[in-house]
Structure formats: C-alpha cells, structure tokens
Design a protein around this ligand. Structure first.
Ligand code: PMV
Length: 335
C-alpha cells in the first residue's frame, strides 16, 4: 500500500435475483450450493467511501450517517482482513456507506453494500483487480454481492472447487437492447427484517425438509432463465422467476420454526400481478428475504404496473427501476 491517507468512493447497485440463491455449500468461504441469475437495478444504489488510516485501532463503519450496529461492523472487519491480506497491510479502515433505499429490509442492501465496499476498499488499498477477482472477493462478504459487481443480467456460478475459485459471477447481457423494467413495491414502510438472509438460509438448510428439493430445481431454472435472457423472452423469464421465488419461499416456510416473510399486502400484490397478466400485461413477481414484491415487466407496461401496485393498501412506496451498470469508483484515489 502506498500514499496515505487515501480515500476512495465507489457506488454499486442492488440486484434482484430471478433464479434465487438460497443455500450454501461452504459457510466459511460463502460458496453457494447452486447458481443464481439476477438483474442489477440502476435506481437502488449504495455509495461507499473507504479510507485506510495509519494508527487507527480498529475498523469503523458508518451507515447512512450513524455508527453501524456491532455485528455489521464486526462482519465488515473480518471481510476487510481479506483485503489487508492481499495488500500486505495491517491498516484499519474508516468505512462510510449510504443507501438511497431502506437498509436490511429485503431490498438487497447487502448486495450493493459489499459490491461497493469491494471496489472502494481494493482501490484504496492499491489493489488492481479485474471484475472476476472483485466478484470473488465480494462473494466473501455476501453471496448476492458477487452479482452486483456487474450490470444488467448476471449469472452466478456455483463452482465445483473446494477453494471457491470458480464461484464468481459474470455478466450475461447489459439488457440495453431489451427494455425490461423492475417495479419494486415496498410493503410496510421498508422496516428492517428480523433475520439476516445469511441466518435464514442456514436455518432453512438445517431444518427444512424441502431445502434439498428446492436445490434440485435450480439447475433447470437457471438453464431456462439463461435461454430466456438470450432470446429476450420476457414470458419465459417471468415464469421461471415466479416459480423460483415461490419454491424458495416454500422451502423457507417449511423450516422449523418457520420463516415467513410475506405479509397480507405481499399476497395482495402477487394476486394483483396475476390479474394484470390475465388482462394481457406481461408482468411477473419475485420476492426476496422480506415482504416486498418486485415485478418484472417491459417499459411499455411499467407505468400501468406501477400505478396498479400503488393502489394496493399497505404498499408504501413504488420504485420504477431500469437495468443498472456495474460497480464503479466514483472518485479517483487521492493521496
Ligand atoms: O447475499 P445474501 O446473503 O444477502 O442472500 C441473498 C438471498 C436472496 O436475496 C433471498 C436471494 C438472492 O439470490 O438474492
């Protein structure tokens, strides 16, 4: 590491999985038990600054202007050890992160957060890594973050190797020539969820009789979703996305004790999407580790879908999202 103090700011976008990641083959290396496929969204952004500070006693983390809860700080500190190891440094960092959407509410904040901190911390430490290496490193922070290194449609590989060297994400298509849209319906004000997705997926893998069956469905869904992206086939992609989300949630609900993310409004949104579809609007829902509903559609139907979801009681915000770009440094390193 050279030239201190040195602060780098990066931004990354959240991504929403259309074929879900829900289970690990190795907890320590954060290796997924199956692949996944996602769309990165321009309107959901995390901006993160990292500064390695000579003489600092420990890593600090500020989230949206407030000191982060200790578990989040400690998790980041152990991830920063990976960057320090690679850079041959023992300096601690000041990290400050701002989300323009509700944090830890099932809106995929860990994906954009770890993608942004990966790009910022590596640049601040003087590491010049390509996107694949950044994706491998982001994965150690959060599985879905490996995907937010890239823009557009992204595939995450399960990989076969024990050391995880082949468990990285890759861009499939920038989605530029295909006007797909994702309408995000925030349910219940975006309150923080009770369990992190990390804890929830581990609990599900340990206790749900349906977890193994869920994992068996992923390779076929992944292949079909890839074909649908390659063919710009929204109906095929939407059908895979709905069944992937429902199968993941079925496995979660069968955990003991159960994991139930849905609220009554979640079901109303799902039903609303089905009614829209019966009326000829191509719209397909997906749901992550929270109550919010994200709806895949095309630009020409986005306004109608957004308007209809806004009318659902208990939907507190509707965000119309477009495909987003990769995680990038937004300020050049200064010395
Ligand atoms: O990356 P994590 O550990 O926050 O897990 C993400 C889990 C889901 O959002 C529910 C699914 C996914 O593939 O993003």
């Amino acid at each position: 590491m050279i030239g201190f103090p040195r602060q780098v700011t990066a931004c990354a976008h959240a991504n929403i999985a259309l074929v879900k990641y829900w289970g690990k083959r190795d907890a320590e290396l954060n290796l997924p038990a199956a692949g996944s496929l996602s769309l990165t969204l321009a309107e959901l952004t995390t901006t993160t600054s990292v500064r390695f500070v000579p003489g600092a006693a420990r890593d600090t983390l500020t989230l949206d202007g407030h000191p982060a809860p200790e578990p989040a700080r400690a998790r980041l500190a152990s991830w920063l050890d990976l960057v320090r190891d690679r850079a041959g440094s023992d300096l601690h960092a000041e990290v400050s992160s701002v989300n323009d959407f509700p944090t830890a509410s099932g809106l995929a904040s860990s994906a954009s957060a770890y993608a942004a901190v990966t790009v910022a911390a590596c640049a601040a430490a003087g590491l010049d890594l390509d996107q694949r290496e950044l994706s491998l490193l982001a994965r150690r922070g959060s599985g879905s973050a490996a995907r937010s290194i890239f823009g557009g449609f992204v595939i995450m590989h399960r990989g076969q190797r024990d050391d995880g060297g082949d468990a990285f994400a890759e861009a499939l298509s920038t989605a530029e020539s295909w006007p797909v849209r994702m309408i995000v319906a925030v349910v219940g004000g975006g309150a923080p969820k009770a369990h992190s997705s990390r804890e929830a997926m581990e609990h599900c893998a340990r206790t749900s009789p349906l977890h193994a069956a869920w994992l068996q469905t992923v390779p076929r869904d992944l292949a079909e979703a890839q074909d649908a992206v390659a063919a710009s086939d929204l109906v095929a992609l939407g059908e895979v996305a709905e069944r992937s989300a429902l199968t993941m949630h079925a496995a979660a609900m069968a955990s003991r004790p159960p994991i139930l993310y849905w609220r009554p409004e979640t079901l109303t949104c799902m039903q609303t999407v089905r009614v829209l579809r019966a009326g000829g609007v191509p719209a397909y829902f997906t749901i992550d580790a929270g109550p919010h509903v994200k709806v895949l559609t095309l630009d020409e139907h986005a306004e109608r879908v957004a308007r209809t979801l806004r009318e659902v009681d208990g939907v507190t915000e509707v965000v119309r999202c477009t495909p987003g770009g990769p995680a990038v440094v937004v300020e050049e390193p200064t010395s």
